[in-house]
Design a binder for this molecule. Structure first.
Ligand code: SF4
Length: 356
């Protein structure tokens, strides 16, 4: 392992592409300080300006009804449960108005896999939003789109095209969790497969849409499988160049069927963030997860390869359902960024600067 690790260090320092084995060696055996230094150097090479970006956005979870029962999820309610809800257009509109009042430009619109809502319902929701509000809809996820496609008996490309025509702007990487089918069978046996997740993103990229890639880790996966996940993302990015960012966060076990799994320690989060910066040489942006890690760890991550603080949050229902609650508004994010010696800059979904 020592030889492999040395070679991996050398290649990372020379900004050369790492193999899966080299990535796994870094994650398994690498010295945390060395990984952080290498990742920060790579980040500064990719983004020489001393700037950390963020976006003013809010989450809107249009329904919590879901028939997929992921074992890691504390958010969903089974159809028929008295706590299920579906937001009305007016409720969605009021949430967007609150966002606009604080200068927001984007909504993250996601929900459970509702058993009955047809594609037309999603199209109506998007049209209602876009006819009234100047926001980008960063919406749904590969599994939600696959679910709608199955309900309608349509190809995913057709569903994406119709959602796009109705107002969908970009697609978040949610539902990727761990892009390794062995792990997916353990944590979310009814959810999409790795290939199907990749296919939805490929279809979106081919239509000219931009998406993000995510990774939820710290549960049933091995360290080598985290690299396998990154490899799938890197391969698709080589093919399409459609991912704007990689976003990684740690599994929050509370209130889930996987509550016995221990919560991952922060240094494991930081090590994985650093290695992802080194491994994903073709994905420009790496986002901090203050939602699961808190502001202090997110600040440290800005010296471990991370160049973006993600988004402000007026409302968060998924991670908080699993017992983790951190809050940061625009000024809070800017304070964190400045404390770490960087200049904050507001951005849009394409990582272009916008006026504050
Ligand atoms: S993660 Fe999404 S698909 Fe899985 S149970 Fe929760 S809401 Fe449903």
């Amino acid at each position: 392992m020592a030889k492999l690790l040395d070679r991996a260090y050398e290649k990372a320092a020379a900004h050369e592409r790492l193999s899966c084995d080299e990535g796994a060696a870094l994650l398994t055996e690498g010295d945390t300080h060395v990984l952080a230094a290498l990742a920060h150097a790579r980040r500064m090479h990719m983004h020489p300006e001393p700037v950390v970006t963020y976006i003013v956005e809010r989450n809107i979870n249009y329904t919590n009804a879901c028939v997929t029962y992921c074992r890691f999820c504390a958010f969903y309610r089974a159809p028929g449960d008295k706590e299920t809800y579906v937001l009305s257009h007016e409720q969605i509109g009021r949430k967007i108005e609150e966002l606009l009042e604080v200068g927001g430009i984007q909504i993250l619109l996601q929900g459970g896999h509702h058993p009955d809502l047809p594609l037309a319902w999603y199209e109506d929701m998007l049209r209602y939003i876009k006819e009234r509000y100047p926001v980008n809809v960063h919406g749904f996820s590969a599994p939600e789109i696959e679910h709608i496609a199955k309900l309608e008996g349509l190809p995913v490309g057709t569903v994406i095209q119709r959602l796009r025509e109705a107002g969908l702007g970009t697609i978040p990487g949610a539902g990727g969790e761990m892009l390794v089918d062995r792990v997916r069978r353990i944590i979310a046996p009814l959810k999409t497969t790795t290939d199907a997740w990749i296919d939805v993103h490929r279809a979106a990229h081919k239509l000219g849409m931009r998406t993000t890639a995510t990774m939820m880790f710290g549960h049933a996966e091995t360290l080598a499988e985290r690299i396998e996940h990154m490899e799938r993302v890197r391969q698709l990015q080589d093919e399409t160049k459609g991912f704007t960012a990689f976003i990684l966060w740690t599994f929050q076990p509370e209130n889930t069927a996987m509550w016995r799994y221990p919560k991952l320690e922060s240094h494991q989060y930081l090590r994985t963030a650093a290695v992802s910066r080194l491994y994903l040489d073709n994905v420009r942006n790496l986002q901090a997860s203050w939602v699961t890690q808190g502001a202090r760890v997110a600040e440290i991550s800005l010296r471990c390869g991370v160049n973006d603080m993600g988004s402000t949050m007026l409302e968060e229902n998924v991670v908080s359902a699993a017992g983790t609650t951190y809050a940061l508004d625009g000024p809070g994010i800017e304070r964190s960024i400045r404390m770490c010696g960087f200049e904050p800059r507001r951005r849009n979904v394409y990582y272009e600067a916008v006026l504050s």
